[in-house]
Design a binder for this molecule. Sequence first.
Ligand SMILES: *[C@@H]1O[C@H](CO)[C@@H](O)[C@H](O)[C@H]1NC(C)=O
Length: 210
Amino acid sequence: MQFFTTAIAALSMSSVFAAPVAEPRQATNAITTVFNTVADVKLTVTDELSTVTKLVADLKSTVVGDVVQKQTVATVQRTLSNVETELHGVLGLVLGTVTNTVVPLVGAELDNVPVLLKDVKAIVEKVKVTVTGVVGNVSDDVLITLKPELKLVLSLVNTLVTPVVQLATGLVGEVTGGVVPEVTSLVGDVEGLAGGLLSPVTGGLLGKIL
Ligand SMILES: *[C@@H]1O[C@H](CO)[C@@H](O)[C@H](O)[C@H]1NC(C)=O
C-alpha cells in the first residue's frame, strides 16, 4: 500500500514535470516586423502624401506647360511612386505573414492588433483625402499625366486591406471581449473605406481617374 501511494505520488510528480509549460506565446519576429513596419510606413506615407498636396497647391500658381509646372508634376509623380514602393513593401510583408499559419496573440500583445488596424486605416484615409484633393485641384492635362500613379496607389491600398484584415483576425483568434469589439469595428471601417475608394457604384475615386 505504501508502495502504491508512493508510486502514485511519483506518477503525479512526473506528470507535473511533463506538463506543457503554460507560457504566453510570444509574437513571432515576423509579426513584430509587420507591426513596426506598418507604423513606420504610416508616418512616411503620410508625409509623402502631404508633400503631394502641397505640390498640387503650388501647381495652381504655375503657368500651364512651363518648366516649373513640368518639374512640379514630375516631383508629384516621384513622390507618388515612393508611396507605391512603401505600400508594396508592406503588402509583401503582410502577404508573407498570412500565408504562414498565423498564431493568435495573447495578453498585452493583443493590443497591437487595433494599433495595426488604426495605422492601416490612417493610411487609407490619407490616400483617399490626397487623391480626392489631387483630382479636384489639377487641370485635365496634369490629371492625365498623374493618372497611372494615382491608380496604382489606390489599387495598392485597396489590395492591402484584405490580407491585413485576414492577419488581424488570425491574430485575435478565438478571443472574445478585450480588444475584440474595437478590432471588429476597425475592420469594418477599413473595409468600408477601401470599398468606397474603388466602388463605381458609390462614385469611387478610381472611377473618376480611369
Ligand atoms: C484642393 O486641395 C485642397 C487642399 O490643398 C483641398 O482642401 C480641397 O478640397 C481640394 N479641392 C477639391 C475640389 O478637391
